[in-house]
Design a protein around this ligand. Structure first.
Ligand SMILES: [Zn+2]
Length: 188
């Protein structure tokens, strides 16, 4: 096979891979606010999917920390809605205020931010309460956050920590794998 056609073929594969990742990311965007609820949606912005790991920008490190406690629940719910499963979620404040168009490398991200900003699910719509993370009633953001964080901490305080990622983990998982299910899955 001529070298040029091999290059062309690799180019096609790469494009298909990008296309697949993009579709996957859009599917996550479409259900993000549904899964996490409006309080969390206002403080987070899914940025990209890298190797099946969803990268989420958060407005503050306090939100990033508390969402780490919730990531397993969020992951389970997300994976119930998208076709190819995510393996983990990373919350980071680093991407929250990235300027649009700062350099060429940021173009992909800024495109995704624009996509997200234009996305209908970004608007907090009235929601059914059934399968949501706890949503405190609308108050000022600080009060709403404190109430939410307290709920999360109260729930996770009773749970033992995974020795690998130090996140609160159901005891059944520790009994079975000696680590949380997310860390266990990484070893499979
Ligand atoms: Zn773990």
């Amino acid at each position: 096979m001529a070298l040029t056609s091999l290059h062309q073929m690799l180019g096609v594969l790469e494009t298909q891979e990008n296309w697949h990742t993009r579709r996957h990311f859009q599917a996550v965007l479409a259900c993000w606010s549904d899964v996490v609820g409006s309080a969390v949606t206002a403080q987070t912005r899914p940025i990209s999917i890298q190797r099946q790991v969803l990268q989420v920008a958060t407005s503050s490190s306090a939100w990033a920390q508390n969402l780490m406690f919730e990531r397993q629940r969020i992951l389970t719910k997300l994976n119930g809605r998208v076709s190819s499963p995510l393996t983990d979620i990373r919350f980071s404040t680093a991407l929250w205020k990235r300027p649009l168009r700062s350099n060429a490398a940021a173009d992909e991200t800024s495109e995704q931010i624009k996509l997200w900003q234009a996305h209908p699910s970004r608007v907090a719509l009235p929601e059914t309460e059934s399968s949501r993370l706890p949503n405190p009633p609308l108050r000022d953001p600080k009060t709403a956050f404190d109430a939410w964080a307290k709920q999360i901490q109260a729930r996770s305080r009773q749970l033992p920590l995974c020795p690998t990622c130090h996140c609160p983990t159901p005891p059944g998982e520790l009994q079975r794998w000696a680590v949380c299910s997310l860390c266990a899955a990484k070893g499979w």
